[in-house]
Design a protein around this ligand. Sequence first.
Ligand code: UDX
Length: 481
Amino acid sequence: MAVIALKCPSIEVAVVDISTQRITAWNSDQLPIYEPGLDDVVKQCRGKNLFFSTDVEKHVSEADIIFVSVNTPTKTQGLGAGKAADLTYWESAARMIADVSKSDKIVVEKSTVPVKTAEAIEKILTHNSKGINFQILSNPEFLAEGTAISDLFHPDRVLIGGRETPEGEKAIKALKDVYAHWVPEEQIICTNLWSAELSKLAANAFLAQRISSVNAMSALCEATGADVSQVSHAVGKDTRIGPKFLNASVGFGGSCFQKDILNLVYICECNGLPEVANYWKQVIKINDYQKTRFVNRVVSSMFNTVSGKKIAILGFAFKKDTGDTRETPAIDVCKGLLGDKAQLSIYDPQVSEDQIQRDLSMKKFDWDHPIHLQPMSPTSIKQVRVVWDAYEATKDAHAICILTEWDEFKSLDYQKIYDNMQKPAFLFDGRNIADLEKLRQIGFIFRSIRFLGFEVNRLRGLIKMGFKRPFDGEEFQEFPF
Ligand code: UDX
């Protein structure tokens, strides 16, 4: 909305929320979310044509176009628990809009919603309309966190779905005119409502599927001695495949991928398509497998136990340049290590101690078996320290796990870090950002998602020298490093 305000000075934008705390933050110098470039945009427009307010009803009743961006989390109980989207907030927003509206409105779905949500919303609005005309549009957002502002300035496409009626087309045109202030017309795609809704789920499923595909390959690379970075580089050179989104990692996180795929799975199941549902479910299963594999590797490399050992966790956010921790792989990795009684010292430049403690003490929701798993016990919480410096986190540690690809982790003084660590000093790079050769020279036992080409060659050398072959590729601890 801030970018719309910036690009369209003639349009007045009011952002409303029922949370006074959140609106106060949006009106202050300390915005409630960290997003590069956002401060600037907000400062340029706030008070001119961009307003933040808790007076929801007033602004809704005055608006011509209403973007609804409420939360649509995965349902945790009842029908579809673990997979279906919870539309409670959407429904109450629609009822409120119907209640307070006195003139015709265009209501835009901005939150990602299951296919055919617009139909349900339309029913709520028209059955309560008092003669007012409501046009529903689907305008899913494709921005990624950390690059939100540049994604919005230069979107690959803007997608607008609406009814194929004269009123629907008029509404589509009105929204298209807003984006046309800065997006070339040929990049604004207009479709029917259902295509727009499904395209968002499909895009996220395709993106996540690429990561799970390359992560699945990383397991095979480790078993065979290939280097997954080299494989993904070679594969991505095929112009039909392309180079982006092929970085093997400790797993994808974020508020969208898992939620949207689970939602897609549920829609497939409801439409009698179990084979299609299982196909997409596998993308999440591989993601869970990748996180578990990472924990297993840490433990097995460290002589099969991390009990009482200090492990430094560098990075907790689900990716760099954001403080967002929703579904971050760091939660599962930390819980796995704590389960093995490790002492964790966590540092992330943008995530607060409160947030980390909250994430680690929350019950885990098992998407495949919708029951809440046990939260961490108070003893495990004592095993966690959150610090504000990478050097502090790594001091006296037995191992380092890099779980977010923050740029600052690339330029740390690893010699100094190594000197202050317990020996042997292990470094597990879940994001492929560290310089393997340099770290090895310093003396680290270095393992990364792409490391094993190197390790397997070492292993082959050792086997030639008469060492017994380990049980599997994970069991390197039998060998002297
Ligand atoms: C995603 C979509 O990209 C965006 O279009 C949609 O609107 C919302 O969901 P976001 O969740 O902000 O955006 O982040 P994204 O950059 O897609 O990364 C998601 C996760 O995948 C992160 O944990 C990231 O580290 C991981 N990832 C990404 C990889 O592991 N490897 C890659 O090659 C790319």
